[in-house]
Design a protein around this ligand. Structure first.
Ligand SMILES: [Zn+2]
Length: 254
């Protein structure tokens, strides 16, 4: 997971249509009708901007999203919420945030549909105030990579994600996020991260050899070392898959 720098400018379709669409939902809830969520939150310009801001990667697992694979995901679930896996679905959800740019992320189908679903645990469930549309007291247990630095809650031990340690205990938000998105137990994801990690370590080894050669060598040897250094740096660039993991390594051992 990596910090997302989301565009400040809200996509046009949300800017112009979200107020009316949200009022319509409020009306349906007041009248006890079944809420019909429109497609505005996944309009083309919304999808495109989210994809661009996230460099084509899932907000949670950092897998590349290829083609149309992926979904506009509501950080706070729009239709209903679940505090924990053994909880029942509570309705309504955070309906007034359905078209709120700050509540939208782009994620892979697995993170969105298979893992997170309507889960939105809080440190204290009693702080949830859906009736007044008030989220000011909430302390969510899922990291929002667009609103905070995931590095405050998680770290990496090689290619495994771990919660940060707070004194003698694990960071609860880090721990919950890792568990919900199966960040260490989704085999396909783990395999991808492991392969990327092995490739990175091989390039580091090559860089060390090239540097040694460059110390005693000519300009050509030096330019080879510089080129390899650029390839190593690319692993932690925003465009790479699993930037969060490589950024963490980079901080530990530049
Ligand atoms: Zn994902």
């Amino acid at each position: 997971m990596n910090k997302i720098n989301k565009s400040v400018n809200v996509p046009q379709s949300l800017l112009h249509g979200s107020k009316d669409a949200t009022d319509k939902i409020r009306q349906e809830i007041r009248e006890g009708k079944r809420v019909k969520f429109g497609n505005l939150y996944k309009a083309d310009d919304v999808k495109e901007l989210l994809k661009k801001d996230q460099h084509g990667k899932c907000a949670y697992c950092e897998r590349y999203l290829n083609g149309d694979y992926g979904a506009v995901e509501h950080y706070r679930p729009k239709g209903g919420y679940i505090q924990s896996c053994d909880d029942v679905l509570h309705k309504p959800g955070y309906y007034w945030l359905t078209y709120d740019w700050n509540n939208l992320l782009y994620s892979c189908d697995r993170c969105n549909t298979s893992y997170k679903r309507n889960l939105f645990p809080l440190v204290n469930d009693a702080d949830r105030n859906i009736a007044d549309e008030d989220i000011s007291k909430e302390e969510p247990l899922i990291i929002n990579p667009a609103m905070e630095d995931p590095g405050d809650h998680i770290e990496f031990h090689q290619y495994m994600v771990c919660p940060k340690r707070v004194g003698d205990t694990d960071d609860i938000k880090g721990n919950t996020t890792i568990a919900i998105f199966h960040l260490n137990s989704d085999n396909e994801l783990l395999n991808k991260r492991r392969k990327a990690w092995i490739k990175y370590m091989k390039m580091l080894e090559l860089l060390n050899l090239a540097r040694k050669k460059a110390d005693k060598g000519d300009n050509e040897d030096k330019s080879i070392a510089i080129r390899i250094r650029q390839i190593v740096d690319d692993f932690s660039s925003e465009e790479s898959e699993f930037t969060g993991m490589f950024k963490y390594q980079y901080k530990q051992k530049p």
